[in-house]
Design a protein around this ligand. Sequence first.
Ligand SMILES: Cc1cc2nc3c(=O)[nH]c(=O)nc-3n(C[C@H](O)[C@H](O)[C@H](O)COP(=O)(O)O)c2cc1C
Ligand SMILES: Nc1ncnc2c1ncn2[C@@H]1O[C@H](COP(=O)(O)OP(=O)(O)OP(=O)(O)O)[C@@H](O)[C@H]1O
Length: 153
Amino acid sequence: MVPMTRVVAQGTFDLLHPGHVHYLEDAAAHGDELHAIVARRTNVTHKPAPVLCARQRRDMVAALDAVDEAHLGDPADVFVPIERLDPDVIVLGFDQHHDEGDIADALADRGIDCRVERASGREPKHEDELLSSGDIVDRILRERGGEADANRD
Ligand SMILES: Cc1cc2nc3c(=O)[nH]c(=O)nc-3n(C[C@H](O)[C@H](O)[C@H](O)COP(=O)(O)O)c2cc1C
Ligand SMILES: Nc1ncnc2c1ncn2[C@@H]1O[C@H](COP(=O)(O)OP(=O)(O)OP(=O)(O)O)[C@@H](O)[C@H]1O
């Protein structure tokens, strides 16, 4: 029997848009079974924190056809879910800031035998299509205004 190829994709996935669907479909095409890891709010340090809580982001990602299972990321060590899932391939997003070589080195240090690939990007299909959670937030702020709830998780 041919063994299943397990693929991992990861990201913040706040306010889903067609770019996320493209990434997850691209990642799924790298193997037979796609697991998505959803970043914890405290680990999203390179851009504004997500609007939606991690469980809601995970549940929405899990509902997408391309995804077999979606998991909350580890709050402290991003390699904990990787060790548990033991994937054959990690597919990075086209613009994810992680370096393939650094991840490959960290995997080797932990004795995890896994390739690192990069997904393609997707361009907008029409003029006003928004392919960025940040751009969606900006449009909401511009068009609706309002205040954030400082007490939300
Ligand atoms: C292989 C890999 C595993 C990750 N695992 C986790 C994790 O367990 N927990 C987490 O909070 N973030 C995890 N991340 C996400 C990163 O911490 C980072 O926040 C992520 O790239 C989200 O940014 P983005 O939405 O801009 O891509 C992982 C990233 C990679 C590349
Ligand atoms: N247009 C796109 N084409 C392909 N992949 C995309 C696109 N937009 C986002 N992705 C991928 O989806 C994953 C999760 O993206 P992320 O949650 O950072 O969304 P984002 O909309 O790019 O966020 P932000 O606008 O806040 O920077 C990343 O790996 C990213 O590369």
